[in-house]
Design a protein around this ligand. Structure first.
Ligand code: NDP
Length: 250
């Protein structure tokens, strides 16, 4: 049973598109109205797609807040805004990808990936954990990836960020269990979202200073086309991952 009522308060990060958007809508549309969804995104100007998909649940079982997982202030402000209601389920979905030969990627870009995928998730967990521990209830979900389990060529930094969050969660889950707080990792394979399409199209056109010609040729002529084939053959939809996430929290 959720705090103070029957509805569980679910906060989801990164709801402007893709998997986060579909999880938010699926939970908000739950027939038994078991969830009050706090859908968050870093730029509220991008809310239209979510609002349209949420339909008449918007303003009822789904509300919207601004949240940038890379900013301490933004995270604290967002959690303060929901404090009275407590968060029963936190879904850490926000993430960024980074594809390409590592020689041509700046240290700054690499740090941004860790700042979002690793520290962004840690920042959220750190903020909600004290209340969950106090209430001896709660469930934290982390959207990792199969790339959190296995290295994938040209995804070196993204893979590393997901390995890092897996390690953090495996350690943290044991500590939280004592307080009856669950922590679950979801590890999707390829999913058809903007993540994939935008990134692959853009990187195929880019120049790669610092990388040798053979690496660049292999990346553009072999890796990108075969990755697109893999997505075509095996790709799941954001709705598939949303359904899986719902099962995990039920
Ligand atoms: P999308 O690019 O569609 O969604 C990513 C979301 O994260 C967007 O809403 C984006 O917001 C948000 N985001 C990025 N940075 C921040 C930030 N600093 N603060 C708050 N939100 C932020 O991709 P997916 O839906 O595919 O990705 C969702 C998760 O699933 C990610 O963690 C990804 O690693 C994981 N995943 C994806 C797979 C795939 O094949 N697509 C496979 C396995 C895992 P904005 O619009 O502002 O950029």
């Amino acid at each position: 049973m959720a705090s103070g009522g029957e509805q569980k308060v679910v906060l989801i990060t990164g709801c402007s598109s893709g998997i986060g958007l579909r999880i938010a809508v699926l939970l908000a549309r739950d027939e038994q109205k078991r969830y009050h969804v706090i859908a968050t995104m870093r730029d509220l100007k991008k809310k239209d797609r979510l609002v349209e998909a949420a339909g008449d649940t918007y303003g009822k079982t789904l509300t919207l807040l601004s949240l940038d997982v890379c900013s301490d202030d933004s995270v604290r402000q967002c959690i303060d805004n929901v404090k009275d209601r407590h968060i029963d389920i936190l879904i850490n979905n926000a993430g960024v990808g980074l594809l390409g030969p590592v020689e041509s990627i700046s240290m700054n870009d690499m740090k941004k990936v860790f700042e979002t995928n690793f520290f962004g998730t840690v920042r959220m967990i750190k903020e909600v954990m004290p209340d969950m521990k106090k209430r001896r209830a709660g469930h934290i979900i982390v959207m990792s990836s199969v790339m959190g389990l296995q290295g994938v060529v040209f995804n070196d930094v993204y893979t590393a960020s997901k390995f890092a969050i897996e390690g953090f969660c495996e350690s943290m889950a044991v500590q939280l269990l004592k307080f009856n707080v669950k922590l679950s990792l979801i590890e999707p394979g390829p999913v058809h979202t903007e993540f994939e399409t935008k990134m692959m199209e853009e990187v195929a056109k880019m120049e790669y200073p610092g990388a040798d010609a053979d690496t660049v040729r292999y990346f553009k002529d072999v890796y990108i086309p075969s990755s697109i084939d893999i997505f075509e053959a095996l790709g799941q939809t954001p709705d598939d991952i949303a359904k899986c996430t719902k099962k995990v929290i039920e």
